[in-house]
Write a protein that binds this ligand. Structure first.
Ligand SMILES: Cc1ncc(COP(=O)(O)O)c(C=O)c1O
Length: 368
């Protein structure tokens, strides 16, 4: 039996009547852009995260871009972030002519090391973007405290992989100036195309971000700022609304599946598991572990019909496109090292114990 890396078909089967009804409703009213489902989804997500404002946007990348634009980030500014992330985190900084300032990660969580952030701050620092990698929130209290100490530097949580996760009882996206997430199909809450959302408790920022999302217009054809075409389609909002019905159940299943993997992998020598801090839940946007001889393990799993992925094989300061566009604070040795060691196993809410045992047996076999 082939094992999928993620199983979107199974999730669709569980929600099929609701998803079809939601899509039919959009087809019937025909408001494909900024239809009623857009605001309905935003209101549902405001309740879910307990954040005052949710602004849906075209993707997680667009969420980060609009967030930075709303903060006024531009040429010559610096934005502190991690090099061990999906490229979008730094891409939006560079697109605005600002400089990504890379700070190293914690080797056990792969999230940015807050103790290294202060040394990276300069008078040009305009924002800090911690990434909640693999579905676990970074050390937000420490990061927010450093940001507050240095003149209230805004903090944007890149929560593309962590929607639904908690930190000290609060939801990811409700932990800093701005929270950004993605509804890319494989994310914990995914749509059937591209989509994303921005969260903030700041009224003025929310208004600015709503305007930037629609070409910087304050009212129709009256443009007060430079914006983007960054709306989320009504149809995609309708899909997410249907998926919200099961989202809490999905998150519980993800956490259970993650725990099961962890118990099984505890018995396998030479696998370094992600450290999950006691004050937060990880929703396993990816279930990622570290090993020394990754290629051999990946080959063995591929031969056994088990799909894997590497999130991520090359830190961003090594990417050719970024040459000369970034600054490094300290060293990035840990990012370089984890990039050679990480790989991700199949993960989706309905993954069953038997499948996980089979997968972990193959991992153990490869490392024996
Ligand atoms: C950490 C991180 N940031 C940003 C993004 C961008 O999201 P999207 O693909 O919706 O543009 C992703 C998506 O893969 C991501 O994993």
């Amino acid at each position: 039996m082939t094992i999928p890396f993620i199983d979107l078909q199974q999730q669709f089967r569980l929600l099929e009547p609701s998803i079809r009804a939601r899509i039919d409703a959009v087809l019937a009213h025909g408001q494909y852009i900024m239809g009623p489902e857009v605001r309905e989804l935003e209101e549902s997500l405001e309740i879910y995260t307990k954040v005052k404002h949710c602004v849906t946007v075209a993707s997680g990348t667009e969420a980060l871009l609009i967030g930075l634009m709303a903060l006024g980030v531009g040429p010559g500014d610096e934005v502190i972030t991690t090099p061990f992330t999906f490229v979008a985190t730094a891409e939006v900084i560079a697109l605005l002519g600002a400089v990504p300032v890379f700070v190293d990660v914690q080797p056990d969580t792969c999230n940015v090391d807050p103790t290294l952030i202060e040394a990276a701050i300069t008078p040009r620092t305009r924002a800090i973007i911690p990434v909640s990698l693999y579905g676990q929130v970074s050390d937000m209290d420490e990061i927010n405290a450093i940001a507050a100490k240095h003149g209230k530097i805004p903090v944007i949580e890149d929560a593309a992989q962590s929607f639904g996760a908690t930190y000290k009882g609060r939801k990811s996206c409700n932990l800093s100036t701005i929270g950004c997430t993605s509804f890319f199909p494989s994310k914990p809450l995914g749509c059937y195309g591209d989509g994303g959302a921005i969260f903030t408790n700041d009224d003025a920022l929310a208004k600015t971000m709503r305007e930037i999302r629609v070409h910087g217009q304050e009212r129709r054809y009256y443009h007060t700022r430079i914006g983007v075409g960054g709306r989320m389609d009504t149809l995609q909002c309708a899909v997410v609304l249907a998926k919200l019905e099961r989202f809490d159940a999905d998150i519980c299943q993800r956490i259970e599946a993650g725990e099961r993997y962890r118990r099984l992998l505890d018995e396998v020598p030479r696998v370094q598991q992600l450290a999950v801090r006691g004050d937060r839940t990880c929703v396993w946007g990816q279930f990622t572990v570290q090993v020394e001889n990754r290629d051999a393990v990946l080959d063995r799993l591929t031969d056994a019909g088990i799909p894997t992925a590497v999130h991520y094989p090359m830190p961003l300061h090594r990417q050719p496109a970024y040459e000369g566009l970034y600054r490094i604070s300290g060293t990035l040795e840990r990012s370089e090292r984890v990039a050679t060691r990480v790989f991700s196993l199949p993960m989706y809410p309905s993954i069953d114990a038997q499948t996980q045992v089979r997968i972990v047996n193959e991992v153990a076999g490869a490392l024996a």
